[in-house]
Design a protein around this ligand. Sequence first.
Ligand SMILES: Cc1cc2nc3c(=O)[nH]c(=O)nc-3n(C[C@H](O)[C@H](O)[C@H](O)COP(=O)(O)OP(=O)(O)OC[C@H]3O[C@@H](n4cnc5c(N)ncnc54)[C@H](O)[C@@H]3O)c2cc1C
Length: 374
Amino acid sequence: MNIAIIGAGVSGLLTALELVERGCTVTIFDQQRTGSAASWAGGGILSPMYPWRYPNEVNALARYGKQSYQKWNEKLKPMTGIDFEIHETGMLIFDEDDFEIGLDYARLHQDPMQQADYLQSEQIEQINPHISARFAHGIYFSQLANIRNPRLLQSLTAYLQQHPKVQIYEHCPIRQLNRSDNRIQSITTADGKQHTADQFVIATGAWSAAWSEQLDIEIPVQPVQGQMLLFKTPQNWLPTMCMNKVMYLIPRQDGHVVCGSSMRQCGFDTQTTDATLRHIQESCFDMVPELANFPIVKSWAGLRPSSPEGIPYIGQMPNFDNLWANFGHFRNGLCMGPASAQLLAELMTGETPSFNADNYSPTRLFQDALLSVE
Ligand SMILES: Cc1cc2nc3c(=O)[nH]c(=O)nc-3n(C[C@H](O)[C@H](O)[C@H](O)COP(=O)(O)OP(=O)(O)OC[C@H]3O[C@@H](n4cnc5c(N)ncnc54)[C@H](O)[C@@H]3O)c2cc1C
């Protein structure tokens, strides 16, 4: 089977990986460099922030993130020489209003990833000596990890580039899906070239609503900007991820600490603003005051592909025999990425799906379009 994938973020690249593992031939197109949009800009926490605030559909895919990335890192690293560092730091949460519900969630779901303990300040100090003394207590998710997502994307790209059944076209925007009845016959690039395939996958993240008109179906996916700051501390300086009031710190092994993030709907604008960066910085100093001693080495903004309730669209597009979706992962596309790609590859190759495919079916688009009008 010959498959064309539009979009080379984590959704498109992992889909390609799952499909070539099943013997398919894959061509990937991206309007930018591969892996340079939201999937690069994200933090890489391998769990939804406050999972109890998300629907089961999101958590059902996210819970496989850590174990799947461990498997892929072992397979890809010897070939690419790139370690994308699944950093098992655990996560401290200081939002008091979430303590009870977070601990209940852990008890109820018995998900090893979401096991949580209530800690007093002395215990917090043992786990992370840099936390501000103003936090007298917190809850600790010891199993949560983060991934170094820019390296994940480099590794996926390097692996796929050397694969004999894969071709990647970078800086190659797709403008047109050429349909005949309920089949896509080919796609057209911005410079007018046509590419044919047996099956086509849309993995275009925050840009996915651009297909609404051509497909004659409203796609309620919008870009939601998130800004980030990067500090450089000594190696392994900050032992845990920390979160308070939806702001977080994510330590990498080499001492970089990623801090974020904001939420703003401003179209496709990826400019950072001083006021927002200052707010992120202050929120992070509030949790870890000593961070103020270290330099900020970078800041950026990325575009999350928002969707109703953050539930991605994965599966066959309504009214089309050979057009498939893997988009709309909003805040959790890195942790949901491996399971989303596996589900889509299973559906495309006629395997029994490992997840409840109905929950993610793009037939929801009809319903969601109606809701967005009401
Ligand atoms: C600040 C921030 C923090 C985040 N933190 C986390 C986190 O900690 N954990 C987590 O799980 N998730 C996180 N996310 C969310 C996560 O990054 C996204 O959900 C995920 O990256 C979406 O992946 P994607 O492949 O669908 O989209 P993208 O990575 O945006 O990829 C889509 C690709 O499609 C290409 N494209 C679009 N249109 C066309 C076209 N017409 N032709 C060709 N190519 C096209 C684009 O160029 C792009 O490369 C965060 C996001 C942001 C912005």
